[in-house]
Design a protein around this ligand. Sequence first.
Ligand SMILES: Cc1cc2nc3c(=O)[nH]c(=O)nc-3n(C[C@H](O)[C@H](O)[C@H](O)COP(=O)(O)OP(=O)(O)OC[C@H]3O[C@@H](n4cnc5c(N)ncnc54)[C@H](O)[C@@H]3O)c2cc1C
Length: 498
Amino acid sequence: MEAGGGRRVLVVGAGLAALGAAQRLQGPGSVRLLEAGSRAGGRIWSHPFASGLAELGAHWIHGPSEGNPVFRLASCYGLLGPGAAEEENQRVEAGGHPLLPCVTYGSSGKVLSPELVSSTRTLFSELLGSAQAFLHAKELPAAGVGQYLRAELARLAPTWDEDEDSKRLRLAILSTCLKLECCISGTHSMDLVALGSFGEYTSLPGLDCTFPGGYSSLPDRMLAALPEGTILLNKPVKTIQWQGSFCEKGDVERIFPVRVECEDGDSFLADHVIITIPLGFLKEHHHNFFQPPLPTWKAEAIRRMGFGTNNKIFLEFEQPFWEPEQQLLEVVWEDESPLAEPSIDLEASWFKKLIGFVVLQPPEQLGHVLCGFIAGKEAEYMETLSDAEVLRTMTSVLRTLTGNPSLPAPRSILRSQWHSAPYTRGSYSYVAVGSSGDDIDALAQPLPEDASDPRPLQLLFAGEATHRTFYSTTHGALLSGWREADRLNRLPRAAEQQ
Ligand SMILES: Cc1cc2nc3c(=O)[nH]c(=O)nc-3n(C[C@H](O)[C@H](O)[C@H](O)COP(=O)(O)OP(=O)(O)OC[C@H]3O[C@@H](n4cnc5c(N)ncnc54)[C@H](O)[C@@H]3O)c2cc1C
């Protein structure tokens, strides 16, 4: 345990934020991670599937270049393939969108014209760029990114000089572009994403890359570097009492301000607790989780911020029906338009929210596997269905798209269910309408808020949702853990001995 009366730190969670914090803490004392689940990694979860692994959570390092701490750490551990280290790849500006050779299937069973798809994508990314430019604007044309984009499209569509069929298809492709943005932002609709803050999310340069041995190889390595016994698995925390005076049996001299009680009845005393649990869990439980409750300004920030669902559906095929060079099979429902109201009949049309499928690489290692992406209420509805139902629907969708009614069904399926996961309750955070980056900073503020409190930094907050410019990413999570460890490392020793 802690040496020489040093500080005792507990970290709630064992995702990248928690592991980063534990890795960075210095000085005499002890650190212990309490994790609700049976593994470390949290929303990084490489799961056996087909002949390799499937990433149920994070898939790419977004922007792998020197400014990305996940890239630096993974490179240092030797976990990345040779392509990631190439300077040329590190300079690519992808703007947060994985750049993959693509084929676009329409719902009439035909492949859509690559020229039409590409010019529509260019139009959409210009519009997204203009939406990002409202950061710091005094006046906004709309509250949400979705309303703004749709108003712009309604203005532009009549000026398109092309036949009605191309116009109709262009609008349908734009619908898919909007759905892809929902996956990236982890939201049901881009109408929910605040226009005024949209430009604050920062993309790093670099061609998004994956981990040949699975993303989990990173948290696994980080955990292995911590002293044995640092992590306690299957230890869900039930409540955190702070501003208290607690002591352990037989040692009345040493008083701790925080007591953490787990669902199994075990309890732990600490000087400081770093809370890295996902915003989805906090939204649902913060009222009873903290005793005394969080101050109103922090509780309100938690309520205002957005946390939605992006799920994955992995399908394994005996043989690929796609060409070897195709890495993204995009899906367009030709009767859709961003200018029309979306269907609200989840049961009848949930699968239309799917944006398409990424082909897992390399097939020699992973098998012939497609990974579908779906966000929002439709993704949450999908979680309520059985594997067999989802597989049946996916088979029918793929038969429609390829125009091949006898396309063989996938031989196995695996999907994520992040919304039902009790200790996550969704996928990642976004800045919702009514919220702003200030709420992210409010969530990150330690407690007690009075800096002159004799027992400072009892509760510290880390996790992807606490990073103002890199929220929703693994690098945001890692940096937030380092930030809170540094905050503790800077704490004068005298303050700790109070
Ligand atoms: C489908 C999906 C795809 C993604 N794709 C990417 C991607 O390609 N690239 C990228 O950069 N990011 C991606 N992300 C986001 C990335 O995975 C997260 O931002 C990051 O992993 C979050 O790390 P964290 O430490 O903040 O939280 P987590 O990893 O969620 O860790 C929090 C931990 O707290 C634990 N916990 C919760 N409640 C309690 C409790 N009461 N007691 C004890 N423990 C508790 C949880 O079990 C969890 O292990 C994706 C996420 C999802 C879901």
